[in-house]
Design a protein. Structure first.
Length: 502
């Protein structure tokens, strides 16, 4: 369980007046100041953000390392320290594609690379002491021999995704000894060998008390008892597809579209309510039964063995939900008390009141699609503010970390998702995101084979998450080799957004 304070008056001072998803009540504007960021600080390569104990420091993965940001004054966040070229003195260093960091107490871990690469690179974990956030100290490292898309740190126990490894297991590492040591692995095949027939990625992880929650893409959400972290035990799994249905799901575009696509998962403070975000695009627009963008489903898990789906918070509407459009699909999020803080890429950030989880109420929504592309939203735990990291920059804002008020409010003159109806969605996606890359790689001109590397070195050659180079692209990672409707501009946008779904 996270050590930083929970609740801490998460709803203190909130006015119980909900907003609709489009128009606030007239009295809201009169009562509250316009809703806008409190402050922001630029960080190139920004990806995941997490909040440290006490809610005064946020840590941001910056692709080539991480940054510690002082958010004690939410109107003026400032960089305390930056670390890059991690483990550069190792034989295969430095570590690259650092899309995820996690913190618990005085320990921070950075993991990478997020995706497979063609070149030999350091694959694993860097462990830092952040007792002094202004001077993070490298304490150790652990080489895994496989990429790590996401991780979760629970005390001295670190849970890792194993990208490209057969059966896509969870890898458990103990940080308590003289050096980090792997102590266990678990995959769906340990539950039922029939899952060996299905290539599906273990995409993200979350731990609360003694339960590990796994977002397993089209395989759904899985719950494990990790009271003994070295020996995880199956509790339950649920989602849209059964094993039998997944065995028959041979359409390669299905992993990019709804239904399915369990991308990120988290639970509320007492683990009675679970949110599962679906990251999805409409890559077969002629098929009305599938598509995107993906929203956030709310589940009653008060009885973990009998989960019940309650409702889905829909994604902001976009005129083009394809890869080459304006991205408004769900990404990472956070619970605090009765509030859910969500990020939607170019669709902005939102707060929902989930005190009645069957009828979540939108509290606030802020977006600036031409200059921001939000990766996550995380509460500071004080009921006053939350942070959100943006991987995109534009004329108005650079990439980096934003602070937002934790209150009801309405954005004044909120921009449309596509500001100019005469401008194509492709132009919006590909032009507005050019500042997220550090180098330029030409997009392929055909869809027979994707380019073999992204701007930051990610290998995008078709292959599945189980390490099978049979030509299937892993849902959740990489790009489909023969994606119906995916233009060169769409693949270029995919690279600009970090080389894969994250």
């Amino acid at each position: 369980m996270r050590r930083r304070d929970v609740l801490r008056g998460a709803a203190a001072g909130a006015v119980a007046l909900p907003l609709s998803s489009r128009v606030a009540a007239a009295t809201t504007t009169a009562t509250h100041e316009p809703y806008a960021p409190l402050g922001n600080v630029e960080l190139q390569g920004a990806k995941e953000a997490v909040v440290g104990d006490g809610g005064e420091t946020a840590y941001v993965a910056t692709t080539d390392g991480f940054a510690a940001v002082d958010v004690s004054d939410t109107t003026a966040p400032s960089v305390l320290a930056e670390r890059s070229d991690l483990l550069a003195d190792t034989e295969t260093g430095p570590m690259g594609q650092i899309f995820d960091v996690k913190v618990d107490g005085d320990t921070l871990v950075a993991v990478g690379p997020a995706n497979p690469t063609q070149t030999e690179v350091f694959e694993g974990v860097a462990v830092f002491d952040v007792s002094d956030p202004s001077d993070p100290q490298l304490e150790g490292s652990h080489e895994t021999g496989h990429p790590i898309h996401n991780a979760y740190l629970d005390g001295d126990t670190l849970y890792l995704t194993a990208t490209g490894v057969e059966h896509s297991p969870v890898v458990v590492v103990d940080l308590a000894g003289d050096e980090p040591t792997e102590i266990g692995r678990w995959s769906r095949v340990d539950y039922d060998e029939g899952w060996a027939d299905v290539r599906n990625s273990n995409h993200d992880l979350y731990v609360h008390d003694d339960t590990l929650y796994i977002a397993h893409w089209d395989a759904g959400t899985w719950l494990l008892d990790v009271s003994d972290p070295a020996n995880p035990e199956y509790v339950n799994h649920f989602g849209h597809y059964s094993l039998e249905e997944l065995r028959e799901l041979d359409d390669r575009s299905a992993g990019f579209e709804l239904p399915g696509n369990a991308h990120y998962v988290a639970v509320n403070d007492d683990a009675s309510l679970l949110a599962c975000g679906a990251e999805a695009w409409d890559v077969t627009p002629d098929d009305d039964s599938r598509g995107g963008p993906g929203g956030v489903a709310l589940w009653d898990v008060s009885d973990p063995k009998n989960a019940e789906k309650l409702t889905t918070i829909e994604a902001p509407a976009t005129p083009n939900a394809g890869y080459d459009g304006t991205w408004t699909t769900s990404h990472n999020f956070d619970f605090r008390g009765d509030r859910l803080y969500t990020s939607w890429y170019q669709g902005g950030v939102k707060i929902h009141d989930v005190s009645d989880p069957q009828n979540p109420e939108e509290v606030a929504w802020w977006r600036h699609p031409e200059s921001t592309m939000f990766w996550t939203a995380q509460s500071l735990g004080d009921g006053k503010a939350f942070v959100a990291s943006s991987m995109q920059g534009g004329d108005e804002y650079g990439p980096g970390l934003f602070t937002f008020p934790d209150r009801h409010g309405e954005q004044v003159d909120a921009p449309a998702i596509v500001p100019d109806e005469n401008e194509t969605a492709t132009t919006t996606a590909t032009t507005a995101t050019t500042t997220t890359t550090e180098a330029t790689t030409a997009a392929p001109t055909t869809t027979d084979e994707p380019a073999t590397t992204t701007e930051d070195g990610a290998d995008t050659t078709a292959g599945d998450d189980d390490g099978d180079a049979s030509g299937g692209s892993a849902p959740g990672f990489g790009v489909l080799a023969a994606l119906s409707g995916a233009s060169a501009a769409a693949l270029a946008a995919w690279r600009r957004h970090g080389g894969g779904r994250d």
